[in-house]
Structure formats: C-alpha cells, structure tokens
Write a protein that binds this ligand. Sequence first.
Ligand code: NAD
Ligand code: DAU
Length: 354
Amino acid sequence: MILVTGGAGFIGSNFVLDWLATRDEPVLNLDALTYAGNRANLAALESDARHVFVHGDIGDRALLDRLLAEHRPRAIVHFAAESHVDRSIHGPGAFIKTNVEGTFTLLEAARAHWSALEGEAKARFRFHHVSTDEVYGSLAPDAQAFTEDHAYEPNSPYSASKAASDHLVRAWHHTYGLPVHTTNCSNNYGPFHFPEKLIPLMIVNALAGKPLPIYGDGMQVRDWLYVGDHCSAIREVLERGRVGETYNVGGWNEMPNREIVSQVCALLDELRPSPAGPYARLVTHVKDRPGHDRRYAIDARKIERELGWRPAETFASGIRKTVQWYLDHADWVAAVQSGSYRDWVARNYDKRSA
Ligand code: NAD
Ligand code: DAU
C-alpha cells in the first residue's frame, strides 16, 4: 500500500479518489482534519476496504512509527500542510509547525522505516514531497518561467515554510540517501477546493450574491492547473521519476486574477443566470495582500521530456467542470461554510476597504 498524508484536503482527496479509481493498491490516509480536512470529500470510499483512514498528525512520531510498522507502505506521498497564504500572514506559527516540523518528523520516521527495509522493498521505496511554485518567489512580467534550477526566493510565511520543507527533503536524500522526489506545482483548481481560495470563493460568493473581492489591481498572474492533472503528474513521478530529482508541474496557462474572475462570472451567467444581472456586477477591488507575489509561471518541460506528462485539461474544459461541480454540490458548500469559516472570512475581508 501507499501512505498518503493530508488525504482529506483538496488535492489529497482528489489524489486518493483518482488512485483508487485507477488501481487496486490500498491507501493509508493520515490526516489531522484541520479546518481544511474534510471526511466528506472521501464519502465515496466509505465502504471501500482499500481505503484506511487515520485521524492523526504528521508531527506525532509514535503514531508514524506504529503506522509504518503495521502497514509497511512502499511509498509515502506527502500532501499534509497548511496551504493558504492569507492565513499564513495572519498566523504563521501553524505553518512552521506542520510544514517544517511536521515534514521533519515525517522524514525521520520514513528514514527509520526505509533503513530497516531490505532488498527489493528497500530499493523501490519512495518518499514523494508535494510542493509549490511559490518557493521560487515572484517573476517580472517578461521573465522566463520557473525551471527546476530557479533560485529559491520565498516571500510569504507559507512559501518560506514550504521552501524549508523542500530543503529538508533534499538534505534527507543527499545526507541519508532517502529515495525522494519533489514536485513543485502551480495553482490547482477543481472539486473539493475549500472556498477560501480564489476560484471557489468567487463561485460561492457569486451564487450567494456577495461581493467578489479582488486584491489590489487584480493583475497578479498565476498558472492554473486542473487538480486531476496534478494528481496524474504525481503518479507519473512516483512511478518513474528519477530519485532525488525535482519536477515542476504546471498547466501552461498563465492568467491574471481579473481574467479568472471574469471567466468564472461568464460561466455562471451561462449555467445559473441571476435575475439580478451579470455576476460581474459583484466584483469589488479590495486592499491588496501584503507582500503579494506579482507573477508565477511554470516551465513544465522537464516532466514532459522525461516522463511524457502533459495536462489533459485546458483551462476552458477544467473551469467548466469545476463550476458545474460547485453547482451540483450545494450541500458540500453549505457544510464547509461553518462558524470557523465565517470567522475566517470576517477576519480576512472585513478590514479590506473597497
Ligand atoms: P489543503 O489545505 O486543502 O489540505 C491540507 C490537508 O492537510 C488537510 O486535509 C489537513 O487536514 C491536512 N493537515 C494539515 N496539517 C496536518 C498535520 N499536521 N498532520 C496531518 N494532516 C494535516 O491543501 P491542498 O491545497 O490540498 O494542498 C496539498 C499540498 O499541495 C500542500 O502541501 C500544498 O503546499 C501543495 N500545493 C497546493 C497547491 C494548490 O494550488 N492548492 C499547489 C501546489 C502545491
Ligand atoms: O502557486 C501554488 C499555490 O497556489 C499553492 O502553493 C497554495 O497552497 C495555494 O493556496 C495557491 O496560492 P495563491 O495565494 O496563489 O492562491 P489563492 O487562491 O489564495 O490566490 C490566488 C490569487 O488570487 C492570488 O494572486 C491572490 C488573489 N486573491 C485571492 C483571494 C482568496 C484575490 O484577489 N482575492 C481573494 O479573495
């Protein structure tokens, strides 16, 4: 089996669902169920014996040792993290705790487990670290997209904590020989995306007739990748990636935030027109994010050259599926908009005057 950490979050749950839909190898899913973890994402696996869910923390070494000894996974795919940049600005401590200390604890447990393996089991063990393009910092408008050799220049507490975790993973390979891969991916979107992030926030706010808050001038550029394509990239690297290597993963799809919001509004106008008029009427420019990175862009040629991976979805096809998913899953949306979600929205947006 494989051990997945953070498999109740956005990308992790998509990964677990896709994995079990395409192969029979069981998944041990370790997740602390923070505000971002949601067992409802995994409801389709409730009676599937191939999915073993454990509610626990990657910082709990005793738990990790017990799980590794009991289940003897052939690989660890490490998603668990605090992932939201705005939350890292309000409270960086949790990011250091999980992304840095938690990854350290997981690496140490993985090293002990792998060191005790022998023969074929030892040779094929892999630790796959899921990371972000944000570790490379911000690009000028005309600069080349990030390659794997780009210097690390993280600018937010979130990206600094992910950069630290990438460095730990690299060092555990270089010093101890732990067989690792790291993938650095751009912005994902798709089903089960928690509505604190740009795309799902815009969809749920628009449907509720609430303002669509664009930070600053909205001309910040991100590269967008459908989550299923990120999951297929991880599977490729896990099976065939070179040990010790990093691979950038992206959608070849750079777009400014204003354009993203405008496309979401246009799709909602088509699929769920509002009697009050076009959804774009709700767009509001609000105070910018402190330290806001202006542009990210991914050069994903290495993973294509070495492993033949390219995204299957275009932005047009992926965003249509995504908007339709939110329209079809109003219950999921209502359930995640709990008291703590409303507290977060108030905390992040109430002081951003238009
Ligand atoms: P998410 O916030 O939706 O989910 C994170 C999951 O990790 C949650 O289920 C949460 O409960 C769990 N978790 C948090 N702390 C934990 C701990 N201490 N122990 C065990 N579980 C814990 O995040 P996501 O968007 O799914 O991102 C997953 C990974 O992918 C992260 O490492 C993130 O840095 C990386 N990534 C995300 C994106 C993106 O666009 N969302 C892009 C590139 C890379
Ligand atoms: O690049 C990969 C990263 O993408 C991942 O590592 C992170 O985990 C993930 O959260 C995401 O980070 P971003 O900060 O780019 O995503 P977010 O959806 O928070 O914001 C996308 C852009 O939209 C960013 O420029 C900020 C802007 N934005 C965001 C929100 C929530 C707004 O203009 N208004 C908003 O309300």
